[in-house]
Design a protein around this ligand. Structure first.
Ligand code: PGA
Length: 256
């Protein structure tokens, strides 16, 4: 089963609209015309209109960093799936550990967002991963299994090909500490096994599982060459053309 690599940049709360426009132009001119590796950028909401315009005619997909589960109405400060689709958004990052840590999100509360994302014809990138304390207590596999089961409750089998999982060990995010290739593979293969229990073997083989946590152009090749690592969700290294496209290139080299 061949799954196309997905390299997605999570820009977090960085870049004004004009800065975003410049960065995406650079990424576009460097890797925007190939389709061997799927590339996506997820800028802040204020940059999405600008980035969407810049991406016209390119193979790069646009992603959002959040969505609200209701379709419209009196929800001050929130954005709906339809508003994102209108900007040609494809992916939505959900359940990121920063949203769990600072904004009180849980796997259960994110479940609504995941279901409304697929109902709105967008693809969720559902982030899961253990803290350092959980890893030290040997709870990693239990933690990710619970996150999968709670976050994906009532997820329809027929939507499975639109689901992306990102395994992001919390202790590796923004810290410069990366999971070793073997550590990543162990958890990714466990995630796929858990997905197979929920959706069946064949479906689980189609779901892309990204690694996230201090991935950069230097360590990408080792991580991406693991059999169950299907791409990367990149934070810090997605903020410059050189480092982000270096990771895309590592994926392209593995496909060559
Ligand atoms: P990082 O962030 O690459 O800066 O560790 C990854 C993420 O939070 O998605």
């Amino acid at each position: 089963m061949s799954r196309k690599y997905l390299i997605a940049g999570n820009w977090k709360m960085n870049k004004t609209a004009s800065e975003s426009g410049l960065l995406v132009q650079q990424i576009h001119s460097s890797v925007g015309s190939q389709s061997t590796v799927q590339v996506a950028v997820c800028p802040p909401f204020t940059s999405m209109g600008k980035v969407s315009e810049e991406l016209e005619g390119s193979q790069i997909a646009l992603g959002a960093q959040n969505v609200y589960h209701e379709a419209s109405g009196a929800y001050t400060g929130e954005v709906s799936a339809e508003m994102l689709r209108d900007l040609y958004v494809t992916y939505v990052i959900l359940g990121h550990s920063e949203r769990r840590q600072y904004f009180g999100e849980t796997s259960k509360s994110v479940n609504n967002k995941i279901l409304s994302t697929v109902a709105g014809n967008l693809k969720p990138i559902y982030c899961i991963g253990e803290t350092i304390e959980q890893r030290e207590r040997n709870e990693t596999l239990d933690v990710v299994r619970t996150q999968i089961r709670e976050g994906l409750e009532n997820f329809s089998d027929s939507e499975v090909e639109n689901l992306v999982i990102a395994y992001e060990p919390v202790w590796a995010i923004g810290t410069g500490k990366t999971a070793t290739d073997d550590m990543a593979q162990e958890v990714h293969s466990f995630i796929r096994k858990t997905l197979a229990e929920l959706f069946g073997e064949n479906a689980a083989e189609t779901i892309r599982i990204l690694y996230g946590g201090s991935m950069n152009a230097g360590n990408a090749s080792g991580l991406l060459s693991q059999p169950d690592v299907d791409g990367g969700l990149i934070g810090g290294a997605s903020l410059s053309q050189k480092s982000f496209c270096g990771i895309v290139q590592a994926a392209l080299d593995l496909e060559a």
